[in-house]
Write a protein that binds this ligand. Structure first.
Ligand SMILES: [Zn+2]
Length: 236
């Protein structure tokens, strides 16, 4: 499994030109912001003992250009110099990736085996769920989860999503539900619980290769699949 990537960019002539242009704009912006800070320092510094109130005129104190001030001012920069608008920032993508890594770590700190539905992300992306699926970056998250699980010596297992929502997690009977039915109510064994919890138990059982066909009730405590007690997880 690949856990690190190395890229070699081969930009076309036009792309190389654009990259140069962007780097140049960013360089100018960086230098301008740096000079703002130097200028502020030069115009406000004063050896505290040798400033005569008689001979020195006291200039109004200028607001110190700190990070937040300069960041706000970038909006003005984009107004004045529209070429800056064409630079694409990776802020959102990076934040999302960061969130994915943190979420994966939280899960792997807590659990040794994680099962997830092997959702057809590309297929779902063509339906009306498309926006939320693509926005959340599900497949990217699952890639990270599987990769991190591997390096932590744990398991993240994709399971076939067929029937995970419809089947009873206790007795295996198929209880048809529409997307609006939020509750699982089994008329055979009497199991009553949230549809998502029912589906989650099915996924867990599939992940550890346990079929629930007319099987006895699956206890959360067995097979070491329950949440690890804090006492042990902090010591390990
Ligand atoms: Zn049942």
């Amino acid at each position: 499994m690949i856990t690190a990537y190395k890229y070699k960019l081969r930009p076309k002539k036009a792309q190389a030109h654009q990259i140069d242009q962007w780097l140049n704009l960013l360089r100018m912006q960086y230098n301008y912001r740096l000079s703002e800070r130097f200028n502020w320092y030069e115009s406000t510094r004063s050896p505290i003992n040798s400033c005569s109130l008689v001979s020195c005129s006291i200039a109004p104190i200028v607001e110190q250009p700190d990070y937040y001030w300069q960041k706000r001012d970038l909006l003005n920069t984009k107004q004045l110099f529209p070429e800056y608008k064409s630079i694409h920032y990776l802020h959102i993508a990076r934040q999302r990736k960061d969130f994915h890594y943190k979420a994966a770590k939280q899960l792997l700190d807590k659990y040794d085996v994680i099962g997830f539905e092997d959702l057809n992300v590309k297929g779902l992306a063509k339906t009306r769920m498309a926006k939320s699926i693509l926005d959340a970056g599900w497949s990217e998250f699952l890639d990270i989860l599987v990769c991190k699980a591997e390096s932590a010596g744990k398991l993240a297992i994709a399971v076939n999503p067929n029937g995970t929502t419809q089947n009873c997690s206790n007795c295996g009977t198929r209880i048809p539900k529409t997307i609006a039915d939020r509750w699982h109510s089994c008329h055979v064994c009497g199991l009553e619980l949230d549809r998502d919890v029912n589906a989650a138990i099915n996924v867990k059982n599939l992940a550890v290769g346990r079929t629930v066909n007319k099987a006895q009730r699956v206890s959360d405590a067995d097979a070491g699949l329950a949440e690890k007690p804090t006492l042990y997880s902090s010591a390990s």
